[in-house]
Design a protein around this ligand. Sequence first.
Ligand SMILES: C[C@@H](Nc1nc2c(c3cc(-c4cn[nH]c4)ccc13)C(=O)N=C/C2=C\CC1CC1)C(C)(C)C
Length: 334
Amino acid sequence: KDRGAAVSIQRHVDSNGNQTHRIVKKGVQDFNFGRTLGEGSYSTVLAATDRQTLTEYAIKVLDKRHIIKEKKVKYVNIEKNTLNRLGDHPGIVRLYYTFQDERSLYFVLDLATGGELLGFVKKLGSFDEECTRFYGAQILDAIEYMHSRGVIHRDLKPENVLLDDKMHVKITDFGTAKILDLPSQTRASNAEGKTQLDRQEQDFANNIGIPDHERANSFVGTAEYVSPELLTDKSACKGSDLWAFGCIVFQLLAGRPPFKAGNEYQTFQKIVNLEYQFPPGFPKVARDLVERLLVLDPTKRLTIENIKSHPFFEGIPWGKQLWKQKAPRLKSYT
Ligand SMILES: C[C@@H](Nc1nc2c(c3cc(-c4cn[nH]c4)ccc13)C(=O)N=C/C2=C\CC1CC1)C(C)(C)C
């Protein structure tokens, strides 16, 4: 089943009665739009069915006027380029094609019918070790692929980890991703491959006139999962995604993120001061893993290779096999 059919063949009778076929790019009329799945900052994601093939998709609809008014055209292109770069991994939402009409842009994407991982963690309270191991491994495998393609997600959190109809991971929302090897972006990347605010970020921060100290806050992501380096020297690196990964593993087992306070500013304080506690009974092996990920200095954090060989992930068949496995039945830890 070729899910990526971006065009439809339309039978056409021309002026002197000959029957011909026209290749027409798919558009809004080719879909039945369903319910709203999620709202982004400049977009809405709707469920939709291709009327010809009856295939179900998620379609992200972006309002052109709004994007232009808010000077976000660059971000839309970055998201599209990122999605196109990451189109070949089972753990990442795939972009099939895009089209537009006078008012909107449309991204036709995988539909993750299981919804957000966060929903399941909230419903169960927490995940047991087997579920945490399986979902942690799939998330890490997807992060490894992203990083190998020169992409840093920068806003990893349980809301952006979706589940498909086989309850396998589908990572989404690349609106704040950074593509590392774009020669065009001017960036001073220092020793450990950190990249300072590049032009893209500069513009973003400037043209919404956010004062310096809040820039990190406004620039990327959700308070609980922001890495300390993004708060202190406004730089993001591959390690920033592994910090977020550590927060997610903690949250799956504990049922809450490690850094959570009354407001964003207090949460940031906890992060930069590494103020967090494991709940009593938190499994030891997982605790060791999290302690080696939630490290303030990104160069001292475990690398993806170290994580894959950590005892917590013992027995995980990394690579294609991991995505053929049956997802474990969700069970709570407590
Ligand atoms: C995180 C994102 N939420 C969501 N983004 C996507 C979904 C999605 C599906 C459900 C869902 C499915 N069943 N029940 C809930 C809930 C939230 C979703 C999907 O299926 N396919 C592609 C998506 C996004 C593609 C994007 C990279 C371009 C926000 C909140 C930003 C809209």
